[in-house]
Design a protein around this ligand. Structure first.
Ligand SMILES: [Zn+2]
Ligand SMILES: [Zn+2]
Ligand SMILES: [Zn+2]
Ligand SMILES: [Zn+2]
Ligand SMILES: [Zn+2]
Ligand SMILES: [Zn+2]
Ligand SMILES: [Zn+2]
Length: 1756
């Protein structure tokens, strides 16, 4: 840092910004001083000091010094007052009408399809939301960066150019005020200040000396030897390469290298080393050397003097200062622009702005950004100056493009990318064409940059091209497109001349393409290397719309059209010289002769690139359309015209396609196949294939038809095939001939029949699109996007689909998956043409199949004749003569004859189909002509020609006769209907001819003929009808059988419970003599003396692996269910709670009432033998070990595998433990109740427990106080009394079951706690109980949110999974030491019974009571354990144990609810004075008393009751599920339905509770009273009550995915406002929304990575660890995709729940249609989460979609 004296003014002014502290202002102000030199001196003095520490800059401090030391005084001088105040005033007075917001990469832009002049006109999100276009058909897209908002540009919008924000009326002050807001003084100052500032900026930016500064900036003092080694950004070196090079060259740490690299990527350059010149030079060489090692070119490195670096940096700072200033006033902008455009008098030097433009490619990234933004904010905001800028731009266009092509930065960073901003403005484009000749400039630029691809014949050849370089050339082609995008409405002479000049220049490019990349058929050997073809095809694609636009422009004006036609014709002729040297040969057929030069596609070179011929065809059609064709002879004389030559090349191309289809070009490899594909593909066909067909039509209209057909035959090399039947045995050759004939016939059909081109017939563009859509939908119903993709796009990327789709199709909405489709309207079916020329082979046969099937279903014949085509326009009317000419007749007859004579090898069915189609076309044509004009005028006599005998022997039969014979050919059975149709047509045409000649007589004979005809027709029809009816009946019968089966199935499987009820009833009848009524009474209570019997059926299961059946028994080998254990936050009430990632120190016995994170066990419900599963698992393990390189979907180390049947992801198995059926005699049981009251039961249990403690403590004094008031009693005596009301021996499990119990329990422990497996850990039983409780809670939650009844509605897999889980949890106890289980039990009871309370026992408010219940019930039998014998409670004992444990936890839970309701305030008064309300009131009084008034007794009883009743519901429902699956007692009917009130009563009855829950307290008052007192006295409870800070309320809230806005652009809006919390730059971000909690994250960015356990995790992955315990669901907003992730390594994409109006999703916003939320799909996502199926979905998607293996999910 420089010395203090130097920093004086800066430091002084930094404190405050009062003008008084800036004395320099006076100095600049002073007229005696020359501003420029004073300013430069000032900069020379201060700039190097401010930017002295480049290696480790203190950015904020630098900025402060710049502000205070330089910018502030500058502004003071400029404005003449305090800048803040002045700018504030300026701001308020309103600014430009143009928005001009510059887009950053990734920002969403909007375009209106109704109003935008072209698709490059876009709005920023703010303007869009405030514009009328919001309600139009808009498109959203992600900007690539560099564009700007067109709001306010009246030329960009047909309507609504201004949003409400930019409308003049919207700003507070009137417009004129904003126009002249600067006074003369300020203007004067600006004119003094700006030139110096701009000159300094320009000089410094283009400064090339590394050691020296301009003299004006050099200060006298000694120049320090202080240099930087500066590294520049480029696009060739990857991030990693740069880091590597830096580490090697400078020996720096990875972190430092990363820091440098990030900065270089962002700013474009950075000093990586400071020091003396020599050392920097050395570093430079080192970096270059090392970077060369990794890639071919070295990195760009420079050594710069510190002062140079400082001034350059400040120059950029001045640039952004100017940028800011520009936004304040139009006057500033104008002055700035004037200065920038000012040329030095008498100098050749370019003006400032041009200098910068020309230097652009040499500037670093950061400098370019500043420069471009400055251009946007100044020139582009002022229309007049935009024009002047554009003129400068075009002036240097060639140089700029050449710079760009050799530049090493992306296009967005090039000044050439600004072209779109100027060229697409219609008036500007017109001006540039007229005054600057921009079309010629662009085409000449192309001609200058493309020569490196020219071969010796001056044709392009892109073999071995560089993709990157060619892509840069495309930018120039794009500019051409921009200039042409809006067709002028007014033509001046100048415009016409300039355009024509441009067109001629463009033809020169096409000349280089005409016939380029010729190919020759490979014979013998296969080609060695497939030639490059992509570049040529890519250029064709780029040019397609440009060619079309040129044609459109030419057609604006008759004169222009004819002149450009002449130019184009000349160009084609110039290119059609080859082969002229060959002698003409002559060939005859049917008495006609063709004289032509020999050429064979199969032997001579051929090219598919013929843009000149095709442009000519395009112009020709337009001549026909405009009628200008009548004047053609004035421009091209008939001798010059040479139509045969025009037809020649397109014909060759079509023949090539035919020969490829005939596999004659097999040896030329895939490259040719690809070219042929694109030739006909929608992306290219308009300017390739389609135009070739048109050219043939031109030929057919102008040539003699026989000559034309002879030419075709010759080019298809089929002369021999028709001349005589060649007795060849060469099967390949015959097959080849047959394909070629088919291909030729098809082309003939197209030439005659395809008339849907404006100009060829009188159709409109809409007609054309409708026809395309009809034919697409004839194949099958299609989605909107699929149709769009199959239609060609115009220059505005529109297909015109929307305008017509509703006329031809109806929309069918999508379901929960899939997409909406369009179905063809019935009335459009008649338009179907089987030989539609845009059908591919597959589409053709699919469509034919679909249509035939449809006709069959409608009981109609299967004939699919062509629809009547529209009439040719006059210029093309001669084409139809082809149909009636001799050669055509010869062809048709020959083929029919071959079919009739059964020369099977010489014809195919397809061929005959085409012959029939041609016949139909001929008949239709004649019929139409006859219907339009009198018979004698109709010269088209197809009927006559076809019924005439041929002259030669081969033609001895006429077509009509042949057709009759054809009907009998068995192979042509399928064509019979078509033949019949044609015969009818013959008849009809005949009658039409006769009718008009013999008007009256003909009528009767005609009708007779019809009658006769009809009778045969009727017969056939009747027969068909009969057949159809039979088929229908048959179908009906089968349907009936099916549905009967289905009904049966439903009947037998209706509801598990209905079924079991019956069996159970039967059992009862046999076993007991009890009355039926009491059996039913008893049967539906799960707890206590009235407990109903367990319903346990014999379970016989089939192993999915070995397919063998086995009954589930305690003593048999284990059967298991595949299962997946996962941590889950699905029920959490508090997402902000920090989860512990590893459970090493966790105590999982007690669950917090927030349910922050539980362990869920799910199953797909598939059963295996344990042994079979083990074998299976070992096999996959082995498999993977052998193929280590294969990426795994699942983690074998963690026991993961895919279910062998359904491929669900599993990580363990649940052993299936049979339910031990229990049944108690209720009379005995009720007798027991007399003795065993709750008090007594507690006493005994306490005794037992203290006895254990004594035993365990080996004589130490017992630390458990006596529980009941009755006093100590004799513990030794009590110790055994628990056994006295019934024990039985424990269940004996087979060793295999035991093994599985241990295995599963260990998995739960390992996954749930994220710890290493340890079979002996004391927490294993806790985890078992915990997952059991948590899984039940999840299922209860799911059923409730789905509105399903508690019982009977579970999916099969959920049902069997839960059953197995609960039974397992009950059995698991037996595999652990009983002492351990007892210990846990005592701790659990400590929550309820304060005398067992230990130090670590949580208070009543800190536990989830259902978890306590499950744990206590499952661990309770351990109290029956005796040293020697394994005992368990008898059925009766269990009944009481369950009852009392449940009642105790219920009491505690009611207490929890009552306490939490203390914060409730009554919202309404209720006069409810029910019994329950009164009980509640009196209960509250007690509680109030025990809490010394902390619990207010003002709360009305009815409110408390209400809270309790609502709050306890989930708990009761969970308890019912738990006891049901534990005991197998059938639940009451009411629980099989959804009903609020009935449910509560039924639950109470099932669980033996009084419906007035407070009666429970009354009933046990003596026992409960002391408990209540102790619960209330807990300090935690008291604090809660005092501060009214109850965290948790009951019922807990049910979690849902966050609410999403209906309109997707709202989300985009949110995302656009998203700022990364960690970094301040505005680089492209990927905002991602967590659907669980609504957090917006910055994903895939280093700034938000987090270090977790020593691993770098991306924002999403680390968020997921907390938010979803590793499993999470995100919405990537900019991409409109949902991402599911699990852990650090897995994830998948899922369609977002947003659909466009066509029922389709739009991943990546590729189509950009408005999107709306689909509730059903969002619900599906919600269920995916709540059913814990996310992991499963990920595994499934990864299995089917291997693409995502490469993705690094960790960094998401
Ligand atoms: Zn805007
Ligand atoms: Zn706006
Ligand atoms: Zn609009
Ligand atoms: Zn098995
Ligand atoms: Zn399965
Ligand atoms: Zn979240
Ligand atoms: Zn970030």
């Amino acid at each position: 840092m420089a010395d203090g004296a130097d920093r004086g003014p800066a430091a002084g002014a930094a404190d405050g910004r009062a003008p008084a502290q800036a004395p320099e202002r006076a100095m600049w102000c002073d007229e005696r001083f020359d501003f420029q030199s004073t300013f430069l001196q000032w900069l020379a003095k201060h700039v190097p000091n401010i930017y002295s520490a480049e290696m480790d800059p203190l950015v904020e401090e630098q900025e402060e010094m710049v502000q205070a030391g330089i910018l502030y005084p500058l502004e003071c001088y400029l404005f003449g007052e305090d800048p803040d105040i002045f700018l504030e005033k300026l701001q308020q007075s309103g600014t430009s009408q143009l928005c001009g917001k510059v887009f950053k990469g990734g920002e969403t832009t909007y375009s209106c399809r109704d109003c935008a002049v072209d698709p490059t006109c876009v709005l920023c999100i703010d303007c869009f939301q405030n514009s009328i276009h919001k309600n139009h058909r808009y498109k959203m897209h992600n900007s690539t960066g560099g564009g700007f908002c067109d709001c306010g540009d009246t030329e960009a919008w047909k309507a609504g150019p201004l949003c409400t924000k930019h409308e003049p009326g919207a700003s507070s002050s009137p417009k004129e005020n904003s126009e002249c807001q600067l006074n003369e003084e300020i203007m004067e100052h600006s004119r003094r200040v700006f030139p110096s500032v701009i000159k300094y900026m320009v000089d410094m930016l283009i400064w090339e000396e590394e050691k020296e500064l301009p003299v004006e900036l050099t200060i006298s003092r000694e120049k320090a030897d202080s240099y930087y080694c500066v590294l520049f950004n480029d696009e060739h070196h990857s991030y990693d390469h740069v880091i590597y090079s830096l580490q090697r060259a400078l020996g720096c740490e990875l972190g430092e290298a990363q820091l440098h690299t990030t900065a270089i990527d962002k700013e474009g350059r950075r000093a990586v080393k400071a020091g003396h010149y020599a050392s920097c030079q050395e570093a430079k060489e080192e970096i270059k050397r090392h970077s060369e090692n990794v890639s071919q070119r070295p990195l760009h490195v420079e050594v710069l003097h510190a002062d140079v670096m400082a001034h350059q940096k400040f120059a950029l700072r001045l640039g952004s200062w100017l940028n800011k200033l520009m936004s304040y006033s139009s006057d500033f902008r104008q002055i700035f622009c004037q200065i920038c455009l000012k040329e030095e008098a008498g100098s050749e030097n370019p003006c400032f702005i041009s200098k910068l433009m020309l230097w652009d490619a040499r500037l670093h990234k950061g400098a370019r950004k500043v420069l471009h933004e400055l251009i946007f904010s100044s020139f582009f905001m002022e229309m007049e100056y935009k024009k002047l800028f554009a003129v400068e731009f075009v002036k240097y266009y060639k140089a700029l493009q050449k710079e760009y092509i050799s530049d090493d930065h992306d296009r967005v960073l090039s000044v050439t990318a600004l072209s779109v901003q100027m060229f697409t403005v219609p008036t500007l484009a017109r001006h540039l064409i007229e005054e600057q000749n921009v079309i010629t400039t662009i085409t000449e630029t192309l001609l200058e940059v493309l020569p490196e691809y020219l071969d010796k014949n001056d044709k392009f050849n892109f073999q071995g091209y560089s993709q990157d370089k060619l892509k840069r050339v495309y930018a120039v082609i794009y500019d051409l497109r921009y200039v042409l995008v809006s067709k002028p409405t007014v033509w001046t002479d100048g415009l016409r001349e300039r355009f024509l000049e441009g067109f001629v220049s463009f033809l020169r490019i096409l000349t280089c393409m005409q016939g380029m990349e010729e190919i020759k058929r490979q014979i013998g050997q296969h080609i060695e290397v497939d030639p490059d073809w992509e570049a040529a095809i890519a250029i064709q694609m780029q040019l397609k719309n440009i060619l079309l636009m040129f044609q459109e422009w030419c057609a604006c004006d008759e004169e222009l059209l004819l002149r450009s036609y002449r130019e184009c014709h000349k160009a084609v002729m110039r290119c059609s010289t080859n082969g002229r040297s060959r002698e003409k040969t002559v060939f005859h057929l049917c008495g006609h002769t063709l004289e032509s030069r020999p050429y064979r596609v199969s032997a001579d070179p051929v090219s598919i690139h013929l843009p000149l011929s095709r442009t000519l065809a395009g112009l020709h059609v337009r001549l026909s359309k405009t009628g200008a064709i009548s004047r053609l002879h004035e421009f091209v004389s008939p001798e010059e015209f040479q139509v045969e030559l025009l037809v020649e090349y397109p014909l060759r191309c079509l023949v090539l396609v035919a020969q490829v289809a005939a596999e004659m070009w097999r040896r030329n490899g895939l490259s040719l196949i690809s070219q042929v594909f694109y030739y006909q593909d929608v992306k290219c066909r308009e300017e390739m294939y389609d135009k070739d067909i048109i050219m043939l039509q031109i030929g057919a209209s102008l040539m003699d038809p026989n000559q034309f057909l002879l030419l075709i035959l010759q080019r298809y090399e089929l002369v021999d095939a028709f001349k005589k039947i060649k007795p060849t045995k060469d099967q390949d050759l015959i097959k080849q001939y047959n394909v070629l004939i088919e291909e030729m016939l098809q082309i003939l059909i197209y030439v005659v029949g395809e008339r849907y081109v404006p100009g060829i017939s009188n159709v409109t563009k809409e007609d054309v699109i409708m026809r395309e859509i009809i034919h697409l939908l004839c194949i099958e119903p299609m989605a909107h996007s699929a149709i769009t993709k199959s239609l060609p796009e115009n220059e505005n990327n529109e297909t015109g689909l929307e305008n017509v789709i509703d006329k031809v199709a109806t929309f069918k909405k999508p379901g929960v998956s899939g997409h909406g489709v369009y179905e063809l309207k019935d009335e459009c079916l008649k338009e179907f043409n089987m030989f539609f020329y845009h059908y591919t082979k597959t589409q053709h046969s699919k469509a034919e199949h679909t249509q035939k099937k449809r006709r069959k279903q409608e009981n109609r014949d299967e004939a699919l004749p062509p629809p009547p085509p529209p009439d040719f326009s006059p210029a093309f009317s001669n084409v139809v003569r082809l149909l009636t000419c001799d050669v055509m007749m010869h062809i048709l007859r020959t083929l029919l004859q071959r079919a009739v004579e059964l020369e099977t090898h010489l014809w195919t069915e397809a061929m005959i189909q085409m012959v029939l189609h041609l016949l139909s076309l001929g008949l239709l044509e004649e019929k139409q002509q006859l219907q339009k004009s009198p018979e004698e005028e109709v010269t088209f006599d197809f009927y006559h020609k076809a019924t005439r005998m041929g002259s030669s022997a081969m033609n001895a039969v006429n077509v009509l006769m042949l057709l009759e014979k054809l009907k009998r050919v068995p192979q042509l059975e399928a064509q019979k209907d078509t033949v019949n149709w044609i015969l009818q047509m013959f008849d009809m045409v005949k009658r039409l001819r006769e009718k008009s000649s013999l008007a009256t007589v003909g009528a009767t004979s005609g009708s007779e003929a019809t009658k006769a005809d009809e009778s045969t027709q009727d017969k056939e029809k009747a027969e068909r009808k009969r057949k159809a009816e039979a088929a229908r009946l048959h179908r009906q019968k089968i349907m009936a059988q099916m549905s009967a089966l289905q009904r049966n199935f439903i009947e037998t499987h209706k509801l598990l419970y209905e079924n079991t009820l019956e069996t159970q009833g039967k059992d009862d009848a046999i076993m007991e003599e009890e009355s039926i009524t009491s059996a039913i009474d008893y049967s539906r209570i799960a707890l206590g003396p009235k407990r109903g019997p367990s319903v346990s059926e014999k379970e016989i299961l089939t192993c999915i692996l070995c397919q063998e059946e086995q009954e589930v028994k305690l003593e048999s080998a284990a059967m298991v269910l595949s299962a997946c254990v996962q941590k889950s936050t699905a029920l959490t009430q508090n997402r902000s709670r920090i989860l512990e990632l590893s459970g090493d120190t966790l105590d999982p016995l007690f669950m917090h009432p927030d349910l922050p994170c539980g362990t869920h066990t799910g199953s797909c419900g598939h059963v295996m033998h344990a042994a079979c599963w083990q074998k299976y698992f070992e096999a996959i393990q082995l498999n993977f070990r052998q193929r280590l390189h294969v990426e795994q979907i699942f983690d074998l180390e963690n026991g993961e595998y895919l279910c062998p049947l359904c491929k669900s992801l599993c990580n363990t198995v649940i052993p299936i433990v049979p339910l031990q059926a229990q049944k108690i005699n209720s009379e005995d049981a009720e007798a027991v109740a007399q003795i065993l009251s709750l008090a007594r039961w507690l006493e005994i249990v306490t005794g037992r427990i203290s006895g254990y403690s004594m035993k365990n403590a080996k004589g130490e004094k017992q630390n458990l106080p006596p529980f009941t008031s009755k006093g100590s009693g004799n513990s030794a005596l009590e110790f055994h009394s628990i056994l006295s009301f019934g024990v039985q021996s424990s269940a004996k499990y087979s060793s295999s079951i035991k093994e599985m119990l241990v295995l599963f329990a260990t998995t739960i422990y390992r996954v749930g706690l994220k710890v290493a497996p340890n079979e002996a850990d004391s927490r294993i039983p806790m985890m078992t109980w915990s997952t059991c409780a948590f899984t039940i809670q999840c299922i209860e939650n799911l059923l409730e949110t789905e509105g399903k009844p508690l019982f009977g509605s579970l999916q099969n897999r959920q049902h069997s999974g839960l059953k197995a889980l609960v039974q397992f949890a009950a059995a698991q106890r037996t595999t652990s030491p009983q002492v351990l289980i007892q210990k846990h039990l005592i701790r659990l009871l400590g929550v309820l019974l304060p005398n067992f309370k230990g130090e670590d026992t949580p208070s009543l408010l800190e536990v989830d009571m259902f978890h306590v219940l499950v744990g206590a019930v499952l661990s309770f039998p351990s109290l029956y354990w005796e040293d020697a014998v394994d005992l368990q409670p008898s059925s009766v004992s269990s009944a009481y144990n369950h009852l009392y444990l449940f009642h105790l936890t219920t009491l505690a839970h009611i207490m929890q609810i009552v306490i939490s309701s203390a914060t409730e305030s009554p919202s309404a008064h209720s006069s409810d004075n029910s019994e329950e309300a009164q009980s509640a009131q009196s209960f509250c009084r007690e509680v109030c008393q025990y809490t010394s008034g902390c619990f207010s007794q003002d709360i009305p009883g009815w409110l408390v009751w209400d809270c309790v009743k609502k709050g306890i519901m989930p708990y009761l429902r969970c308890a019912a599920l738990f006891f049901h699956y534990l005991l197998g007692v059938s639940p009451p009917e009411e629980l099989l339905q959804v009903s609020e009130e009935g449910q509560f009563k039924a639950l109470c009855s099932y669980l033996s509770l009084p419906t007035n829950l407070f009666l429970l307290f009354r009933e046990y008052w003596d026992t409960v009273n002391p408990l209540l007192q102790r619960w209330c006295a807990d300090p935690v409870v008291l604090t809660c009550l005092k501060w009214k800070s109850i965290a948790i309320r009951y019922p807990r809230k049910r979690n849902h995915l966050i609410e999403l806005p209906e309109d997707y652009s709202c989300l985009l809006n949110q995302a656009s406002q998203f700022r990364c919390p960690r970094s301040s730059d505005d680089e492209q971000k990927h905002p991602v929304l967590c659907l669980f909690c609504g957090a917006m994250l910055c994903s895939q960015n280093t700034c938000c990575q987090e270090l977790v356990n020593g691993e770098e995790l991306g924002a999403c992955t680390s968020h997921a660890l907390q938010c979803g315990a590793g499993v999470c669901m995100f919405l990537k907003i900019r991409e409109c995709k949902v991402v599911l992730i699990e852990g650090k390594t897995r994830g998948c994409l899922y369609p977002a729940p947003y659909l466009d109006e066509y029922g389709e999703t739009d991943p990546g916003l590729k189509r950009g249609n408005p999107l709306h939320l689909c509730q059903e799909r969002y619900r599906k996502l919600h269920l995916l989460w709540q059913q814990h199926c996310i992991i499963e979905e990920i595994a499934r998607s990864q299995e089917t979609n291997q693409v995502f293996f490469g993705f690094n999910w960790q960094l998401l």
